[in-house]
Design a protein around this ligand. Structure first.
Ligand code: COD
Ligand code: ATP
Length: 197
C-alpha cells in the first residue's frame, strides 16, 4: 500500500509547483484542480448536473469557469451548490487513483483538504506557505481573478497558519531552490520511515 501524503495550502501559495517537485522525486501525483478540469470539460461528469443547476454556466458543452465566477460574484451561496455537485465526483476520481497507484508515495494535491476533512484519509499532511502579501501578489500577477474574487475565495478557506499548524510538514515556497530542498527532505523522511516500518 502506498504512503498517502496530502499536500495543501491556500490559494496561490505554491501547491501545484511543489507537487511537480514531488513528482520529480518519483512520487505519483493526483491533482484535485486537474480532476475538476476533467469534470468540467465536454463529456465530463459534472457538465449535466451543472447544466441543471446553472444553465448559464455551460458554454460549448463545457462548464465555463468565467461564467461560474460571475455567478458566484452575484450569489456567494452558489459556491455551496457547485461544491455539492463537484466534490463527490472529485472524491470518486481520487479513490480510483489511489486504488490503482503502485508507487511508494502518492501525493494528493488538494486545496481544501482540511476544509473538507479529507486529511483523515492521509498518512501525513504537508502544507505550503508564503507570507500573505506574497500570496496576493502571485495570484494578482496570474491575472485570472479580480481582487474581490481573490478575497471571496480567501474568506472561504481555513487560515494558512492553522493549516500549517495541523500539518506534519511545512514547506516554505519563497524560492524554487528552497522549496525543492524541503521536498527532497520530506521524501527522504517518508522513505526512511517506510524502510523501518
Ligand atoms: C471557483 C472556480 C470557478 C475558480 O476557477 P479558476 O480557474 O479561476 O481557479 P482554480 O480552479 O484554479 O482555483 C484556484 C484556487 O481557488 C481556490 N478554490 C477553488 N474552489 C474553491 C472552493 N470551493 N472553496 C475555497 N477555495 C476554492 C483553491 O485554492 C484553488 O486552488 C473553480 O475553482 C471552481 O469551480 N471551484 C469549485 C470546485 C472546487 O471546490 N474546487 C476545489 C478543488 S476540489
Ligand atoms: N517555491 C517557489 N518559489 C518562487 N515562486 C513560486 C514557488 N512556488 C510557486 N511559485 C509561484 O507562485 C505562483 C503560484 O504557484 P502555484 O500555481 O504553484 O500555486 P497554487 O497553490 O497551486 O495555486 P492555486 O491554489 O491558486 O491553484 C506561480 O506564479 C508560481 O510560479
Amino acid at each position: 500500500m502506498s504512503f498517502a501524503l496530502g499536500l495543501t495550502g491556500s490559494i496561490g501559495m505554491g501547491k501545484s509547483t511543489t507537487a511537480r517537485m514531488f513528482a520529480d522525486e518519483g512520487c505519483a501525483l493526483w491533482d484535485a484542480d486537474a480532476a475538476v478540469h476533467r469534470l468540467y470539460a465536454p463529456g465530463g461528469a459534472a457538465v449535466e448536473p451543472m447544466r441543471k443547476a446553472f444553465p448559464q454556466a455551460i458554454e460549448d458543452g463545457a462548464v465555463s469557469r468565467d461564467a461560474l465566477k460571475r455567478i458566484i460574484g452575484k450569489d456567494p451561496d452558489a459556491l455551496k451548490t457547485i461544491e455539492s455537485i463537484v466534490h463527490p465526483l472529485v472524491a470518486a476520481d481520487r479513490a480510483a487513483f489511489r486504488a490503482q497507484a503502485r508507487s511508494d508515495i502518492v501525493v494528493f494535491d488538494i486545496p481544501l483538504l482540511f476544509e473538507t476533512g479529507g486529511d483523515a484519509a492521509m498518512d501525513a499532511m504537508a502544507c505550503v506557505t508564503v507570507p500573505p502579501e506574497v500570496q496576493k501578489q502571485r495570484v494578482m500577477e496570474r491575472g485570472t481573478m479580480t481582487e474581490a474574487q481573490f478575497e471571496q475565495i480567501c474568506a472561504k478557506q481555513m487560515p494558512n497558519d492553522e493549516k500549517c499548524a495541523r500539518s506534519d510538514f511545512v514547506i516554505v515556497t519563497d524560492t524554487l531552490d528552497h522549496a525543492r530542498r524541503q521536498v527532497q527532505d520530506v521524501v527522504r523522511q517518508i522513505r526512511a520511515g517506510q524502510n523501518h516500518a
